[in-house]
Design a protein around this ligand. Structure first.
Ligand code: DX5
Ligand code: ZN
Length: 224
């Protein structure tokens, strides 16, 4: 069975208690990596964290940082986020810059690369970049905010992407981001996702609930 990875989305964390939140997540063995949403107020109608916040967070945990750039012009931010401690950086296929150049920059910065697709973007757009990425992120909400409802119509797209990945014979994680909880994760995994990003599904009032994280894992792996 494919190993399922869980990435809590710290957008749902109480920013004033971030150190405490990160320490809890660092101790939780069901957490594989931490998902950090970066928004520019232009690609999406919201603002979040800059590289200095990521650098400050790095001191509280050894878990890998997965930085999801929701930026119209991500190129100038790749090196700063890599230097701040990102292990994986994803850019949106819908951004306004040349994707091949962005993936070269991500490689040059010494981190893994991901490509993110908005809900209406078709699966085949990943094909030209399949050799450049370690991760493909299927958005199951319109990006910008946590706590939205999972869009079920993305399930066939996850399935198509799994087929494209298998054909490539590359080790690529397929992530699903938005509205993921113990009810929506099983169909996403059945369709080929192996990296579950979850914010509101596992945070309660800004604090991670490790029981919910365990339940999320159980929902896709069965009781252990
Ligand atoms: C949406 C973000 C997601 C979000 C997920 O723009 O990219 O990562 O934080 O949060 P939930 O799980 O609450 O939908
Ligand atoms: Zn995200």
């Amino acid at each position: 069975m494919r190993r399922i990875k869980i990435a809590p989305s710290i957008l749902s964390a109480d920013p004033a208690r971030m150190g405490e939140v990160l320490s809890v997540l660092d101790d939780c063995k069901d957490v594989d990596l931490l998902h950090i949403d970066i928004m520019d107020g232009h690609f999406v109608p919201n603002l979040t964290f800059g590289p200095h916040v990521v650098r400050a967070m790095r001191k509280y945990t050894k878990k890998e940082f997965y930085v999801h750039l929701m930026l119209t012009n991500p190129s100038i931010f790749i090196k700063p986020f890599a230097e701040a401690g990102a292990n994986l950086i994803s850019v949106h296929v819908e951004c306004m810059e040349n994707l091949s150049t962005l993936f070269e920059k991500i490689k040059a910065a010494g981190v893994k690369a991901g490509i993110a697709l908005n809900p209406n973007t078709p699966a085949h757009v990943v094909e030209p970049y399949i050799q450049n990425v370690e991760e493909i992120v299927v958005m199951s909400v319109y990006p910008g905010f946590g706590g939205q409802k999972f869009i079920e119509s993305v399930l066939p797209k996850i399935n198509e992407i799994r087929k494209i990945v298998e054909k490539s014979k590359r080790e690529i994680d397929i992530a699903v981001d938005g509205g993921i909880n113990a009810s929506t994760a099983p169909p996403a995994v059945r369709n080929g996702a192996n990296l579950l990003i979850s914010g509101n599904g596992i945070f309660v009032e800004g604090h991670p609930d490790t029981t919910r994280i365990r339940e999320l894992r159980k929902s896709v792996e069965g009781p252990r």
